[in-house]
Ligand binder design. Sequence first.
Ligand SMILES: Nc1ncnc2c1ncn2[C@@H]1O[C@H](COP(=O)(O)OP(=O)(O)OP(=O)(O)O)[C@@H](O)[C@H]1O
Ligand SMILES: [Mg+2]
Length: 384
Amino acid sequence: MKIITVANQKGGCGKTTTAINLAACLGKKEQRVLLLDLDPQGHSSLGFGVFNEDARDLYDVLTGEIKLEDIILPNVFTGVDVAPATKMLAAAEHLPVRSDERDIQLEKHLASIRERYDYIVIDCPPSMGLLCFNALTAADLVLIPIEMSLFGMHGIDRMYEIIHQLGERHGRDIPIRVLPTLVDSRTRLCRQFLHEVGERFADDVLSVMVQFTVRLKEAVRQGVPIIAYDPTSTVAVQYDRLANELMSALQENVVAVGKTEAESESEARPRLTAMKRVFEGARSRLGGHGGKQKVVLRIYDFAGRDVKLAGSFNDWRPDQGVVTRTENGIVEKIVMLMPGAYEYRLIVDGVWQEDPSNPEQVSNYSGGFNSVLQVEEEHETAGA
Ligand SMILES: Nc1ncnc2c1ncn2[C@@H]1O[C@H](COP(=O)(O)OP(=O)(O)OP(=O)(O)O)[C@@H](O)[C@H]1O
Ligand SMILES: [Mg+2]
């Protein structure tokens, strides 16, 4: 069993949205998941449509009145159980406890349900109180969603410090992953924030990010995760990739065996900065050729399907002038292009759509989005 704690003391950065959708994606992958709502606002319970202000919650567990398993609501979604929260939980911050047990109470209660789950996802409140300390101490991995806005990075250094101190106190390393959220990469400001996140948190930044979309708000209002509300949306694919990335990050923590030769080799090479990895799906320049550059577009998640590429560089004629290669489950589209910005779309099994691996998109003024490909000048580095 692995515990993923979703935390950031900044309010409204997408913790709950991430916890709900991550839990749902893990559940869909046949993992047994518990979503533990630690926020007295009860938003995780609300997002799965199971909020009840009279429900018993972790407060009653921490007072010793009932067991953790007694508050669990089973099967609220495929593979997902929820331990709900109500405003009573706020009182847990003030419960008398032995000082040496203050931040390990939750860990002790979770031990009793270890065998029942593959993953426990904890949604933290937007404050660094006792509940949050407990959730961080119990974590096998802390996921920090960072909103791509002016104050989004405020307080993150302090969080890093606290997590390291808790890890030290309990004699272990608590890995951290940073997830850019509410990403609107059409704005220059957002691209600057993304760059800054990449520079500051480097390899802790996940290669997936979650774009800003009203579909997520609509899904919450319906009390369902995005993979049920709009399973083919870009953001559903992004949360699915988040689940994959975290599953493999947590697996690597346990055993560092079973890597392919190519993977071990790539680890030996200097790593790309996080920012470059973020945009790996969008572009990868391999070399010049008479002013044109060979551009490899890596498209994830579509191996085994018919994928064509059309864009402003080939008059929107599917696959004209494009070489296709499939490697390690990734579809590669290779084109020769002059430096500049291009718009493109993918045609997957005959259906036109944007590239889910690429967060850079612009409206195509007919109700959808075109993905944006930037081919940089040769003296600049871009991608792998
Ligand atoms: N990617 C997104 N695109 C658009 N809206 C989003 C996105 N992620 C979250 N939101 C919306 O932003 C608001 C805050 O999100 P959420 O509740 O997940 O944040 P939070 O960090 O859990 O907040 P709190 O600190 O209050 O617990 C919600 O209305 C949610 O629907
Ligand atoms: Mg929340």
